[in-house]
Design a protein around this ligand. Structure first.
Ligand code: GLU
Length: 489
């Protein structure tokens, strides 16, 4: 039997879509909370909404946990003492507890048509009265057949006028009972509602701390009433601040920052994402910003969780990614880039070269990455910048326009540069600097013009890395070929 005083948190998503960053942050806080107290982190799948079920969502969740390293101690497929961890596999349990409440008069079967309730609601609105559904207000005789008849909680049996609970970061919360309807516990399809199954499972799974998104505050009074009626001990509650998108709107499963796997394919590191999400609404209480997951566990203190909304900010995520990329050794960095580069180039080209599977390709990638290792923020965008190191770009008039170079002047300078460079067999960086600088001096041309002409011929694009590094990486033969190509245009 497990120790009741132990901290146990749970992440209880519904598989109604893929997890977005806001939910992933909830999972992370549940994990950090539990691990910082040597407790357990439980993953439970709240799959009771058959209509909104998205197949593949559970597998995506598993991928997210694996990739970010926030491994649940218990959960679907993982197992554990309190399973099963999919609510759809626990239906009998909910039925049992619902029947207990019915037997005590605290719940009742109600086959009242939703349309009748909606009509009453509308009427109340027209009469400017408030309306809260209570079964007693409707005269109704239930037939003998209880199959497919929903079970509702009976509010009139609750003693008192208000329900009160304490949120760990928001303090005491009170709600008037007159605002709560006779809510459904078991639906007509025999499945429990979120409210009911959530309470039963948090109790049976011995959850000590319910940590979840702010949007569930509205459901908490109902949960409190269920805890009371079922005679269950009440866990601690902590509602995390909402995460808003850069547009200040709620992050949704569809919004830009939603897809973690997309971030993965752009070369964001799991550590950077974890670090960024942890600081989205939590303050470590020091000036330290860069943390590994284990450092976060050590530093985590729920008292420093903020209550006001947190705003997702891509630039800040990029900053964390840069910091974490810098901490990687060359081999690790190569491993980050390999799949991205493979993805980037078309599969045919890749296959014909057996691309990146041989030591020469790896050595070349290492040489590229060595040049600007500390400046890389977003690996995918970086590949855009260094594309020309893998493939010779097409050279045409548009390149000259982009560089604002006059065709005739450009051709003269490239021709003369070619002559200088061709005469030189040594292709080492220092030597190339001397050669080009010597050429600039003797020709009387401006440094900028010469550099731009070289860059246009070799890369066809503005920016990227230093021109001498580019020449060295391309090598003598390829650099000269590109200069010649620029003349042929
Ligand atoms: N199933 C709810 C969700 O989709 C769980 C909320 C809770 O943690 O209580 O997030």
């Amino acid at each position: 039997m497990s120790d009741n005083s132990k901290v146990r948190t749970r992440f209880a998503p519904s598989p109604t879509g893929y997890l977005h960053l806001g939910s992933i942050r909830t999972a992370l806080f549940c994990y950090l909370f539990a691990k910082s107290k040597s407790g357990q982190f439980v993953w439970r799948l709240e799959d009771t909404d058959q209509e909104r079920f998205v197949s593949g969502a559970e597998a995506q969740m598993r991928q997210v946990f694996d990739w970010l390293g926030i491994a649940p101690d218990e959960g679907p497929e993982i197992g554990g003492e309190f399973g099963p961890y999919r609510q759809s596999e626990r239906l009998k349990l909910y039925q049992r507890f619902a029947h207990e409440l019915v037997d005590q008069g605290l719940a009742y079967y109600s086959d009242l048509n939703q349309a009748v309730i909606e009509e009453a609601k509308l009427k109340a609105k027209q009469d400017k009265r408030s309306f809260v559904f209570r079964g007693e207000d409707f005269d109704r005789q239930l037939g003998d057949n209880r199959a497919n008849v929903p079970i509702r909680f009976r509010m009139s049996k609750v003693v008192g006028d208000t329900v009160t609970w304490k949120d760990s970061i928001r303090g005491e919360q009170t709600v008037n009972l007159s605002t709560i309807e006779d809510f459904i516990l078991i639906k007509s399809d025999g499945y429990p509602t979120y409210n009911f199954a959530n309470v039963i499972d948090d109790h049976l799974m011995q959850v000590s701390d319910v940590i979840r998104a702010e949007e569930f505050i509205a459901s908490t009074p109902k949960h409190q009433l269920l805890y009371q009626s079922l005679g269950f001990a009440v866990p601690n509650f902590l509602h995390l601040p909402i995460v808003l998108g850069e547009d200040k709107k709620k992050l949704s499963k569809r919004s830009g920052a939603s897809d973690l796997m997309l971030l993965k394919h752009q070369g964001y590191l799991p550590n950077a994402i974890v670090n960024y999400l942890a600081l989205l609404g939590w303050n470590p209480g020091s000036t330290q910003e860069v943390f590994s997951l284990s450092q976060l566990v050590a530093a985590f203190n729920p008292k420093s969780l903020q209550v006001s909304p947190a705003i997702y900010n891509q630039e800040r995520l990029d900053w964390f990614n840069t910091q974490h990329l810098r901490m990687l050794g060359m081999q690790e960095l190569v491993e980050v880039f390999k799949p991205l580069i493979k993805d980037y180039f078309d599969p045919e080209w890749e296959a014909s070269r057996n691309f990146l599977s041989n030591p020469d390709d790896i050595a070349y990638l290492e040489r590229i990455l060595t040049v600007e290792k500390d400046k890389i923020t977003n690996p995918k965008q970086y590949i855009d910048k260094i594309y020309f190191l893998y493939r010779r770009p097409k050279f045409d008039q548009t390149v000259l326009d982009r560089f604002d170079l006059d065709k005739a002047d450009f051709e003269v300078v490239v021709e003369r540069l070619l002559a200088v460079l061709e005469s030189n067999q040594d292709w080492e960086k220092g030597e190339l600097i001397n050669l080009v600088k010597g050429f600039i001096k003797s020709s009387g041309l401006s440094t900028k013009f010469v550099m731009m002409s070289l860059r246009a011929s070799l890369t066809s694009q503005l920016g990227a890395m230093g021109i001498y590094d580019i020449m060295v990486l391309l090598g003598r033969q390829e650099s000269l070929a590109r200069l010649n190509q620029a003349l042929e245009e």
